[in-house]
Design a protein around this ligand. Structure first.
Ligand code: FMN
Length: 300
């Protein structure tokens, strides 16, 4: 797949997920064959004001073949200044979040709030495109209220503003994660624009992948189904590597240890996945106080 001047090896990507798509997990997914990874959403304002915790989120893994940095914000000038500062230069693509439904994001005018303000959304994209040496892409939902579908209009606006690709999670903000993704919306968007269209939502196996690709979209990103299952990328490409969950869990933990030094941080990041690596003793995993304890429970 070609996104601007960036050519991906395949069209199955790791979705941006706050608290999940950190550098170690992205690196692991990349090793298992994700064609592109996305950072979790990062506050462009946090970067502008040099927030230490926000800057930390800009780590790029050496195993990551291609990585997009995802930003959220609503002030074109702030985006401009951050892109011009060069802090994002290590990433291959700049993605703008215009779909996040979380109330604390929306109330600031960020994420899916931009679905209700197309002129500002356009100005943000145009500004980023004008100063970025990297392709600029946009991820959004199909509307705000249940039943609303502005996806075609929004997609065309993104294309006009210069976006190199778009990702649609075809649910409204109000729908959250309920119901099924709207395959017709994906089809309509794909037919409405010339830039690549990536679908996000509900891909969990080969059957659901084929279902989404049957709409004609160029690629998919996978979110929740990767948690405790980073090898899904290999499986979907017909490679039966590391079938033993313990081997995957061990690789994951080793990757976390490579990128983080604080045990507390590693433990918190790993717990979410560990519960899925083994179904043995979920409670034990959740209550584990140390890496040693979690390694014993998992038998790794
Ligand atoms: C824990 C979690 C965190 C997420 N964080 C982000 C985010 O930072 N940026 C974003 O664009 N989408 C985010 N999403 C949405 C996912 O990227 C994706 O669009 C959504 O989960 C649907 O795909 P899935 O069914 O494959 O999970 C998040 C989803 C989850 C479950």
């Amino acid at each position: 797949m070609k996104i601007g001047n960036v050519v991906t090896k395949n069209n199955i990507f790791l979705a941006p997920m706050a608290g999940v798509s950190e550098v170690a997990f992205r690196s692991l997914c990349s090793q298992y064959g994700a064609g592109l990874t996305y950072t979790e959403m990062i506050s462009v304002k946090g970067l502008y004001y040099n927030s230490k915790n926000t800057i930390k989120m800009l780590q790029r893994g050496e195993e990551e073949k291609l990585c997009a940095v995802q930003l959220f914000g609503h002030e074109p000038e702030i985006f401009k200044s951050v892109i011009q500062s060069g802090v994002l230069d290590k990433f291959d693509i700049i993605d703008i979040n215009m779909g996040c439904p979380a109330p604390k994001i929306v109330k600031n005018g960020d994420g899916s709030a931009l679905l209700s303000n197309l002129s500002l959304a356009k100005e943000i994209i145009k500004t980023c495109v004008s100063v970025s040496k990297k392709p600029v892409t946009v991820k959004f939902r199909m509307g705000v209220k249940a039943g609303e579908d502005i996806s075609v209009e929004f997609a065309k606006m993104c294309e006009e503003a210069g976006a190199s690709a778009i990702t649609l999670h075809p649910r409204t903000r109000q729908a959250g994660y309920s119901g099924k993704i709207d395959l017709m919306a994906l089809k309509a968007v794909k037919n409405a624009v010339k830039i690549p269209v990536i679908a996000s939502g509900d891909v969990v196996d080969k059957q659901t992948l084929d279902g989404v690709l049957s709409t004609g979209v160029d690629g998919v990103m996978i979110g929740r189904a990767t948690v405790g299952h980073p090898n899904i990328f290999a499986e979907l490409q017909g490679q039966n590597v590391d079938l033993d969950k313990k081997i995957i869990a061990k690789k994951h933990l080793d990757m976390l240890k490579k990128y983080y030094s604080e045990e507390r941080v590693i433990l918190n990041l790993f717990k979410r996945h560990a519960m899925k690596y083994v179904s043995l003793d979920k409670k034990g995993v959740a209550l584990a106080q140390s890496l040693k304890e979690i390694e014993q429970i998992l038998g790794i």
